[in-house]
Design a protein around this ligand. Structure first.
Ligand code: GLN
Length: 195
């Protein structure tokens, strides 16, 4: 199995380490050009700064190829933090991020406010038959305001939704690559990729 990590900006190395922790034989490539997309079985959209990533996607001519890969080829995709911002709809357009709007959620960027810019919390992850508490690392995280009918809520911080699954897209507002108890999330991603 080969994973591609969108490598425009952000925490690419830590995602590679996490993928290999849970699947030692996985191949990992960095996605900076369209051609690489042909070779991969799953995609990681990492955190970073979504305005920068949005701009670089255009500069590297990756916007359309990524959109096609996710929506038409339906490649299993894990989006984290700025990654979920880029796939969702924003409550308010600040003109700096052009999200794809393919994930049926409405987000507020940096929605936890200054007091809670970065924090760790116990996140309950629920898939059909499995449920597990993992450490959620939130770094200037977006906040999910609304989950539409197409997306299923799968991760909760108290009552608040912090992760969704929509078809081939697993999207989280926290960073699963920064804690070592998030295997349940990667297992789900690998099972989507295994078909
Ligand atoms: N606040 C960032 C944004 O909206 C996301 C931060 C992150 O990915 N850790 O782009």
């Amino acid at each position: 199995m080969r994973a591609g990590i969108v490598a425009l900006q952000g925490d690419v190395d830590l995602h590679e380490r996490a993928l290999k922790r849970y699947k030692p034989d996985i191949d990992v490539v960095r996605v900076k050009t369209e051609e690489v997309l042909e070779e991969i079985d799953l995609l990681i959209f990492p955190g970073g700064e979504s305005p920068t990533m949005s701009r670089l996607m255009d500069r590297f001519n990756l916007r359309e190829p990524l959109l096609k890969k996710i929506t038409e080829d339906k490649i299993p995709t894990l989006a984290t933090c700025a990654g979920i911002v880029l796939l969702s709809n924003l409550k308010e357009d600040d003109g700096r991020v052009k999200p794809f709007g393919i994930l049926d959620v409405v987000l507020v960027r940096n929605g936890f406010g200054r007091q809670r810019e970065s924090f760790e919390g116990e996140v309950t992850v629920k898939f059909d038959k499995r449920e597990q508490v993992v450490t959620g690392v939130f770094i200037r995280a977006p906040r999910i305001e609304k989950v539409g009918d197409k997306a299923k809520s799968i991760a909760f911080l108290g009552k608040e939704v912090v992760g969704v699954l929509q078809d081939n897209i697993l999207a989280l507002t926290f960073h699963p690559e920064l804690s070592d108890d998030t295997e349940i999330i990667y297992k789900k991603l690998f099972s989507l990729a295994a078909g």
